[in-house]
Design a protein. Structure first.
Length: 437
């Protein structure tokens, strides 16, 4: 039976039976927050599944690996599974494709569409029921080019882009220990800058303090499709390394595209290995002597990868930040590392649905490389799914009246909710209420 026909039959049966019609939300995108969103059961599938969804979602039927929301080791409930617990009529499906792919699907940029397959090795979409997703996960916030693509393809249909910050996540420097490299390696800001700037190319470099004999070349592995972890790392490099430690003043630029972010430093590496995504980059590091990469701490921990401390701080420990409302920028996008207005002809109500945490906002007082994960949805055209979408976004905000009890699920190590103060919560709740229509 065709996918849409089966879905319509199920909806008709629900209406006839007098039950409230269930709402299934289909999304995809960023890899980094997957441990918090869906859990790690996808690692137990063969091949490893891109698609994780609530067990109640049975359409579209797929022949490839699908993981249920949850964790291999019980004891923690992922956010999207908790959404089902709170709203039993609703459920979530999520395809891990990376932020760049997710934004292409969301923007209607062919040849990808949400109703394409979320297959393990050749994703063409999110395995949704329609060409448009209900939301995307995004840890490289909307740029001018991203928003322009949306306006060109979907403004008439969906109005504007909604962007809500939902989580903070530490970005780990992952490497393969052994062959003289110790577990728990400690980098400093300077050595992180020197390695990614191409000035330290061998593990025997005395600036690393490992007392190793050469040659032990460093292979820098990176996601070629761009990633939110790369966006966060490049922001750290731009803010802390440019013009310091014998590096040029414009060496690094904040970008999800690693090649753009590091510029000509790429040519100075002993070796570089592009991989299709964060998960593949971490897996490659684990199999390659002398390799080094970066990833959201959730992916590193899920795969059991070795990671470094930075300035003696462990990325697996991240406190809830207290984001000042002044650091929540309204109606702004990032344009080649700088902040600009959301483009196009938009009403004030539409423009104000873009919420961006300022790149210079102090998110962590300890571990220094931290990224922000966002959820994006459409301003218009959500129809009967609008209430469920609003509730999904509110999963990440402590209810205003909840003090001192916080009813949200605990997050995995290295993640944190962003709503450390009531003004922040109130600001984002207002945006959610007015922007999902």
């Amino acid at each position: 039976m065709p996918r849409i026909s089966l879905a319509l039959c199920l909806l008709a049966l629900a209406a006839v039976s007098g039950r409230a019609v269930a709402v299934d939300l289909y999304g995809g995108g960023a890899d980094s927050p997957a441990a918090a969103y869906v859990g790690d059961r996808y690692l137990a599938t063969q091949p490893v599944a891109r698609l994780s969804r609530d067990r109640s979602i049975v359409v579209p039927y797929e022949f490839f690996s699908i993981a249920e929301l949850g964790n291999v080791q019980p004891g923690r409930t992922p956010v999207f599974a908790d959404f089902r617990n709170r709203y039993p009529a609703d459920a979530v499906s999520y395809c891990r494709t990376g932020s760049g792919f997710g934004k292409h699907v969301f923007n209607g940029q062919g040849p990808y569409a949400a109703d394409g397959d979320c297959a393990p090795n050749a994703a063409t979409g999110f395995s949704a029921l329609s060409a448009r997703p209900d939301f995307i996960g995004n840890d490289a916030p909307y740029s001018l080019a991203d928003y322009d693509a949306f306006l060109l393809n979907l403004q008439a249909e969906r109005g504007a882009v909604v962007q809500i910050p939902v989580l903070a996540q530490a970005v780990a420097i992952v490497y393969r220990d052994g062959n003289g490299l110790p577990p728990g390696l400690n980098f400093t800001t300077e050595t992180v800058c020197q390695v990614f700037g191409g000035n330290i190319r061998d593990w025997s470099d005395p600036r690393l303090g490992l007392n190793l004999s050469p040659p032990r070349p460093i292979t820098v592995v990176y996601p070629s499709a761009g990633s939110g972890a790369g966006f966060a790392l490049s922001g750290f490099l731009q803010n802390n390394c440019n013009g310091r430690f014998d590096l040029p003043a414009a060496q690094f630029r904040q970008s999800a595209d690693f090649v753009v972010a590091v510029g000509d430093a790429l040519q100075r590496y002993s070796a570089a290995s592009p991989q299709p995504g964060e998960a593949a980059a971490v897996a490659t590091v684990r199999q390659t002597a002398g390799a080094l990469s970066y990833a959201g701490i959730g992916e590193a921990l899920n795969q059991g990868a070795m990671y470094a401390r930075v300035n003696s701080f462990d990325p697996a420990t991240l406190a809830t930040p207290n984001i000042a409302p002044a650091n929540v920028l309204v109606g702004k996008v990032l344009n080649n590392g700088t902040i600009g207005d959301a483009p196009g002809t938009l009403s004030n109500a539409q423009r104000n649905c873009m919420r961006l945490i300022a790149p210079t906002a102090p998110i962590s007082s300890a571990y220094p490389i931290v990224g922000v994960s966002y959820l994006n949805a459409y301003y218009a055209g959500n129809a009967d799914k609008a209430p469920a979408l609003r509730n999904l976004l509110r999963q990440f905000l402590r209810p205003i009246q909840s003090n001192p009890v916080d009813p949200r699920v605990a997050l995995p190590s290295g993640y944190a909710y962003l709503d450390g103060n009531a003004l922040y919560r109130g600001m984002l709740n207002a945006a959610i209420n007015s922007c999902i229509n």
